[in-house]
Design a binder for this molecule. Structure first.
Ligand SMILES: Nc1ncnc2c1ncn2[C@@H]1O[C@H](COP(=O)(O)OP(=O)(O)OP(=O)(O)O)[C@@H](O)[C@H]1O
Length: 541
């Protein structure tokens, strides 16, 4: 039901309406002031007969959120004539208008980290108070007015809901029945938007992840680029694009935290409590490592000395490597003389001359390389990148750096004792980072380990590369298949008699982890890695 704005009285209760700040489907919002105190507020007006009485819902939710940082205060509410009104703290611009107003194609990393930290904290507050937001988007995150302009506030609780039943104290039930989508086109989670699932805490977080990725993507998330859908067909196309978009494609070129955060949100179970603290820390650390200070504050415009180059990803698809360029790479690889590196593998049947030949003849396997730029394999001294190939984006700091160091330690290990230490460190590191997702650097580590255990002189297809058809097949595999394989590997690792046998187990572990949709290391997976470290030590003795 559209609002008849002209009939809205100039005075509502003790408040005099000034300028209109915004309006949405459900009502209008005005800047207003208290006629007795002169204090400015925001006043949200809605027709009492509106088909979607969001003001009434908000009136119920606001008291649950009072007093918390970043939550607007509800000063008054009431009905005047045919109008229901809410009087709330007057705030500043929304992130939507800040982003649009910047004229930039993507937001800087410092600002996005601040948004991540603050929005996750806000959601933690809301969820602790048993409320789901259910409409996370840039327009519903606004900054305060001076002196609170560095604080991000949540607004618009018209779709919010208590997820703990106040009487039974139980979490709202899940349901298999598909429900109408509630939220917004751009950021509402795939589960809720495309699959009609019941929203829970995980979906507020997934919407946050998508919002962050949107801000870092030049031109925004792919399905946002043609504007709000005007037809059902357009809406269907958006849902399809959203559902089919692969996490790694959405996050290509960004610090790995964003990809991991999105994967994490999508792995959460319906009633699971997210680990807010972990992700707040992850984004703080990412910001710190990128050289940003005071990142809990959203400072706009961003301080000039902290305006680092954006983790821009190329908008056009990465050009494929030409045969000539590939030849250059292989030539350089051959020059690495892998046969001179310390070899731990069982070499009984491999004569030095053969090893040499294998290194030189490794171009036969070149066609197997699916994505040369995104996976790190091979020896320590990297060859000069061939000309005309776009440079790799200089990001994925921290975890990536640590994993890369571990990978190099694998390649430098000269005996099983040293390898055992590195494997134990790898396992501990993964456990401590909290994120159990194996990133590409994690797979590169396994690739290196496999090579050391099997035969470092042979080119090995990286475990993580896979085609679209493999991906589709993998996604149809039930989770218990992976669990069963890893449990077997865990058992077998304790009795493996040689490095070759261990190499085979590592390869199976990499393959099965890669085959799971989330690429996570399970409890059995960690037991396997720890068992591997112990076995290597035993074989060394
Ligand atoms: N407290 C506030 N102070 C200042 N501006 C505000 C405030 N609340 C909302 N606004 C502005 O008004 C816009 C609409 O507000 P809000 O989202 O609460 O209303 P809505 O009717 O639910 O809108 P929509 O239909 O777009 O969800 C916001 O994007 C923001 O720009």
């Amino acid at each position: 039901m559209p609002n008849d704005y002209d009939s809205i009285p100039r005075r509502m209760g003790n408040y005099w309406l000034d300028t209109r700040l915004g309006s949405g489907y459900s009502g209008s919002i005005f800047r207003a002031y208290n006629v007795y105190t002169g204090d400015y507020v925001a006043l949200k007006v809605q027709d009492v007969n509106h088909e979607c009485p969001t003001n009434r819902y908000e009136e119920y939710i606001y008291p649950l959120l009072q007093g918390a940082d970043g939550m607007p205060r509800l000063w008054a509410s009431g009905v005047q004539g045919k109008w229901h009104y809410l009087v709330i703290s007057l705030l500043g611009s929304s992130l939507e208008s800040i982003y649009r107003g910047s004229g930039k194609k993507a937001m800087d990393l410092r600002s996005v980290c601040s948004i991540a930290i603050q929005v996750i904290i806000r959601l933690q507050t809301m969820h602790n108070r048993e409320v789901l937001h259910r409409d996370i988007q840039l327009g519903n995150c606004v900054i305060g007015l001076p002196p609170n302009e560095t604080i991000i506030y949540m607004i618009d609780f018209g779709f919010s809901k208590r997820y703990i039943d106040p009487y039974t104290r139980r979490h709202i039930p899940d349901s298999k029945v598909k429900r109408d989508f509630l939220g917004n086109y751009w950021f509402t989670s795939v589960g809720v938007h495309c699959k009609g699932k019941v929203p829970s805490r995980r979906d507020d977080l997934e919407a946050t992840a998508l919002m962050l990725i949107h801000l870092l993507t030049p031109g925004g998330l792919p399905w946002t680029r043609n504007g709000v859908p005007k037809t059902d067909e357009h809406h269907r196309r958006i849902k399809r694009a959203k559902e089919l978009a692969r996490t790694e494609d959405l996050c290509r070129g960004m610090p790995s935290e964003f990809e991991e955060f999105l994967r994490y949100c999508r792995r959460l179970k319906f009633a699971e409590c997210p680990d807010y603290e972990h992700w707040i820390e992850e984004f703080r650390e990412l910001a710190r490592e990128s050289g940003f200070t005071d990142v809990d504050k959203f400072i706009w415009p961003p301080p000039p000395q902290q305006m680092k180059p954006l983790p821009v990803r190329p908008e056009a698809p990465r050009p494929t490597v030409t045969p000539a360029e590939m030849e250059n790479v292989l030539h350089d690889l051959a020059k690495l003389q892998l046969h001179n590196r310390p070899i731990l593998a069982d070499q009984t049947n491999v004569l030095p001359a053969q090893i040499n030949k294998q290194a030189e003849g490794s171009d036969k396997k070149a066609a197997d390389v699916v994505d040369l730029c995104s996976d790190t394999t091979g020896g320590g001294t990297a060859p000069e990148p061939p000309k005309n190939i776009p440079p790799r984006t200089p990001i994925r700091v921290k975890k990536a750096t640590r994993l890369e160091k571990l990978r190099l330690s694998v390649l430098d290990a000269t005996n099983n004792g040293a390898l055992s230490t590195v494997v134990a460190e790898f396992s501990t590191f993964l456990k401590e980072t909290g994120s159990k997702t194996l990133t590409r650097e994690g797979f590169a580590f396994l690739d290196a380990l496999y090579k050391q255990l099997a035969d470092p002189s042979v080119f090995v297809q990286p475990m993580r590369t896979r085609s679209a058809t493999e991906q589709a097949f993998i996604e149809n595999q039930p989770a218990h298949v992976k669990l069963g394989v890893v449990a077997r590997l865990r058992r077998e690792v304790g009795t493996a008699q040689s490095n070759r046998m261990l190499a085979k187990l590592v390869a199976d572990f990499g393959t099965v982890t890669n085959k799971s949709s989330t690429r996570t290391v399970t409890k059995d997976g960690f037991a396997f890695l720890d068992g591997l470290a112990i076995r290597l030590k035993a074989l060394h003795a």
